[in-house]
Design a protein. Sequence first.
Length: 188
Amino acid sequence: MPEEENPTPVAQSDLALRAAVAYRVKKRVGLICDPVIKANAQHMTDEAGSKSRTAELPLPSGAVMQLGSFTRTMAKAKFEVVDEEKVLDYADEQGETQYVIRPSFLKALLSRVTLNPKTGDIIDTATGEIVEGIAYVPGGLTDTVTPSWNNDGVDALDGLLGFVDAALENLPHLTAANFALPELEAGQ
């Protein structure tokens, strides 16, 4: 949007009105769109082994244009503290406390521990000792679904959704003087 050389000052009340309308539009759009987005993510989560799904736009010619894809994120396996007192005891035995566990020790410990698959014990690879109070969190597919977009597909969708832009084009110029609710006839 090109800036005016000498912009006309906007009254605070008009800025507040614009913001109020913008918040309500955003809220209403979210109420409509969020359940649709969540339904797609839930379907992918419920579908065993589903990691990615392509979104396509049907064209009048019968062909389809790839809009993008939705992909479930992958979480890396990690270790996390589940019993701070036990980890504090272990850190104290290692001389790694100063009233609390030193953050650098905890970070190093979590990066070097390993899981004994036979026993389920968490082992400190530096000392060979079992470390209690730390759990193994396996990685894998999460319930988070993220979109990635094809530029041509985005342009096509934006073209089809232009009516939204048209409906909101006056929002940056809205003032109390030109804001009016539509008048409804009886029975509407």
